[in-house]
Every structure is written in structure tokens, then in C-alpha cells.
Design a protein around this ligand. Structure first.
Ligand code: NAI
Length: 254
């Protein structure tokens, strides 16, 4: 069998990453571009993060474009995906990364805290999956990667809304894998543990220390750790893997 380097497996692929202006999404976009993929990314608004990422991605030489697109809005997601297909020709990989937290104990959690989380974290995954499946079916291939979380399986006090949205993503991922496997469209989830980004910067040090004590690899995760898992699930190195949840947590949930 002819050996193909990992680098060449991603070259020329068209990748869409939602919510990529910062954090894990930003590093995913950069790593795919570094490996020769063409990158379409979305963000809620044009700001320094958005334009900075677009400029940096362009230095890798592939096709690149940022789209202002609220992932929680169904119509906007459909319209953006149509634009991306027009600009890039096809969509090979979708990474549903956009996500937010609205942490609170259930006693204090408002209906808005619940609805915002469901719309941005869970409905966005439905919106974008709907938006890409037709072009993927036409191409007879595709890989969809959904960003869940270890709290989606284990739960977390103060995050019942977030945990429910991330658990919902897992059920959705497995269902789509069953529905679209015959079309050669794979759908997997990644469950990151404690990854250092703006999202986790908000946490008090004692909470961080408690998480750290539970991690066998004795360090917090980096966005690169998560992006590496995306490279694998996007490429044909994982061509017989679908409907799975790949945990990237340094062993925290063993
Ligand atoms: P972050 O807060 O740094 O980045 C999230 C990105 O999503 C931001 O660029 C934000 O603008 C974008 N976004 C939010 N709402 C959006 C919307 N409606 N439409 C489009 N974009 C939107 O967070 P981080 O840490 O990079 O998280 C990325 C993903 O990984 C999220 O889904 C998060 O739940 C998940 N995750 C993160 C973990 C961590 O420890 N940081 C652990 C487990 C999962």
C-alpha cells in the first residue's frame, strides 16, 4: 500500500470551522491551514481576532475566508454554507466548534441562561449539519466533527445547561452517524477536558487546582491537543471511525 504522509492527507481539503475567531477554533483553523487545507471559518462579528486570524491563515497559501455568521441562527447558517460552497466549490469537513457557557447553580439559573446555551451549543450543531449534508451527499463523502465536552457525559455542578447541551451533541452525533454512514459521511464528537482558553480563564484558581489534581498527565490541555484530534477525525486515517466520542482530557475521566 502506498504510504501517504499525514500532511498530504489534508492538502486541498475544504474545512469549515464555526466560532473560530479565538480559542480552540482558532488553533484548529491554523493547524488545518498549516497542513495545506483550505479554511472557511465563522465568527459572530468582524473584530481584531477575526481579521487577525484571516490574515494569519492567508500566510499558509491555501484558500481562506472568514464569514460573519451566528451559528445559532438557522437561516443564517444555511445562507453561509451556500456562500462557502460557492466560494470553495465543496465542503469536505465541518467542525462544529462554536460554544458558550452561562454557568449557574440550578436555583439561580434563568430561563435565558438555558435557552442561550441550547441555541448556541446544541441548535448550532443541527443548523450547520443541515447546511452541509446536501453538498456532502453530492460529493459522496464528508466528515462532521462536533465539539462536546467531558461534562456532557459526567455532568458538572453549576453547568446543568452546558452539560445538557454537550450530552445532546453526543446523541445527535451518534444518530447522524447511523443515518448518513451509507452516504460515506462520518460524524464524530470530541470531548475535551480542561483546555486553557478564554473560556476557562474565568474559573477561580481553586477550581482549576481541583481539576488538575484529577488529571493523570498532570497538566491542563492546550487547544493544539484538541486540534490534533480534529486532524485525525477529518482525515482518511479515521475512515472506519464514526459515531464515536474521542475524549481529549489527559486521562481525567478514566
Ligand atoms: P472560547 O470562548 O474561547 O471560543 C468560543 C468561540 O465561539 C468564540 O470565538 C466565540 O465568538 C464563538 N461563538 C460563540 N457563540 C457563537 C455563535 N452564536 N456563532 C458563532 N460563533 C460563536 O471557547 P473555547 O474554549 O475555545 O471552546 C471551543 C469549544 O470547545 C466550545 O464548544 C466549548 O464548549 C468546547 N469545550 C471547551 C473546553 C475548554 O476547556 N476550553 C472543554 C470542553 C469543551
Amino acid at each position: 500500500m502506498k504510504k501517504i504522509s499525514v500532511m498530504n492527507r489534508l492538502k486541498g481539503m475544504n474545512i469549515v470551522v464555526t466560532g473560530a475567531a479565538r480559542g480552540i477554533g482558532r488553533v484548529i483553523a491554523l493547524m488545518f491551514a498549516e497542513y495545506g487545507a483550505n479554511v472557511a471559518f465563522t465568527g459572530r462579528k468582524i473584530d481584531d481576532n477575526f481579521t487577525g486570524l484571516e490574515q494569519k491563515l492567508k500566510t499558509f497559501g491555501g484558500k481562506v475566508k472568514g464569514y460573519v455568521s451566528d451559528a445559532s441562527d438557522f437561516e443564517v447558517a444555511q445562507k453561509t454554507a451556500t456562500e462557502i460552497v460557492k466560494d470553495f466549490g465543496s465542503i469536505d469537513v465541518l467542525i462544529n466548534n462554536a460554544g458558550i457557557t452561562r454557568d449557574n447553580l440550578i436555583l439561580r439559573m434563568s430561563e435565558k441562561d438555558w435557552d442561550d446555551i441550547m441555541n448556541v451549543n446544541l441548535k448550532s450543531v443541527f443548523n450547520w449539519t443541515k447546511a452541509v449534508i446536501r453538498p456532502m451527499m453530492k460529493a459522496r463523502k464528508g466528515s462532521i466533527i462536533n465539539m462536546s465536552s467531558v461534562v456532557g457525559t459526567g455532568g458538572n455542578a453549576g453547568q446543568s445547561n452546558y452539560a445538557a447541551s454537550k450530552a445532546g451533541i453526543i446523541g445527535f452525533t451518534k444518530s447522524i452517524a447511523k443515518e448518513l454512514g451509507s452516504r460515506n459521511i462520518r460524524c464524530n464528537a470530541i470531548a475535551p477536558g480542561f483546555i486553557e482558553t478564554e473560556m476557562t480563564k474565568k474559573l477561580p484558581q481553586n477550581v482549576i487546582d481541583e481539576w488538575l489534581a484529577k488529571i493523570p498527565l498532570k497538566r491542563t490541555g492546550t487547544p493544539e491537543d484538541v486540534a490534533n484530534a480534529c486532524l485525525f477525525l477529518a482525515s482518511d486515517l479515521s475512515s472506519y471511525i464514526t459515531g464515536q466520542v474521542l475524549t481529549v482530557d489527559g486521562g481525567m475521566t478514566i
